[in-house]
Design a protein around this ligand. Structure first.
Ligand SMILES: CC(C)(COP(=O)(O)OP(=O)(O)OC[C@H]1O[C@@H](n2cnc3c(N)ncnc32)[C@H](O)[C@@H]1OP(=O)(O)O)[C@@H](O)C(=O)NCCC(=O)NCCS
Length: 170
């Protein structure tokens, strides 16, 4: 079983995985077209051409990213593959110099085992603004936010935006 970045051609298999759990209300549905367009943000587990699991890493600005659409084939659950995908996503985030990674999930215990801490939703104003504000289920939402510090020394510093970092030195 190998981990790799997804390709647009993986979209049908990734979509099928997500769709299975979306039908159970565990994951948010995504269209195959959306998966294809966002394929560069997906990481997958593959064996002999079959996609066994997937996760997407979606950036919020320069220092924050969200883990979304984490799914392992039902027949392969409980074998460490979900943990492997999350660790791969954290490695990928570190490589991209992303300081913090979060998820909003039905399975916070799983993420805590992977080194995440639970956090109040208000710690993620970017997420609230993007997805929660207009959500009809917002008031009765039971999802839990979890956050991992990927580059702790950077997360502790004031956040410099691209505009600031790219301006000429004074
Ligand atoms: C959640 C999911 C990705 C975990 O993948 P997996 O391959 O079954 O998990 P792993 O075998 O890597 O488990 C790692 C650890 O987390 C625990 N764990 C797994 N699923 C869990 C869950 N839903 N809740 C709490 N703990 C869980 C395991 O017991 C294991 O503990 P251990 O290290 O002490 O043995 C997988 O079950 C799945 O696809 N679920 C449906 C979609 C979903 O819930 N996605 C996450 C929400 S965003």
């Amino acid at each position: 079983m190998k981990t790799r970045r997804a390709r647009p051609g993986d979209a049908p298999a990734i979509h099928a995985l997500i769709e299975h759990y979306a039908a159970e209300g565990i994951l948010l549905p995504r269209t195959e077209e959306n998966v294809r367009e966002q394929a560069r943000g997906f990481l997958v587990l593959e064996e002999k051409g079959l996609i066994a699991g997937c996760v997407s890493l979606e950036k919020y600005g320069t220092e924050l990213a969200e883990i979304r659409s984490l799914a392992v084939n039902t027949e392969l659950r409980g074998r460490g593959l979900g943990a492997r995908l999350v660790q791969y996503a954290l490695t990928e985030a570190r490589r991209r110099r992303i300081a913090r990674v979060f998820a909003v999930t039905h399975a916070p215990e799983f993420f805590v085992r992977q080194g995440f801490d639970t956090a109040p939703r208000r710690a993620l104003p970017e997420k609230i603004a993007r997805d929660c504000s207009g959500c009809p289920k917002a008031r009765r939402c039971r999802l839990v936010a979890v956050i991992a510090m990927v580059i702790p020394e950077r997360a502790a510093l004031p956040i410099l935006t691209d505009a600031v970092t790219s301006s000429p030195a004074a």
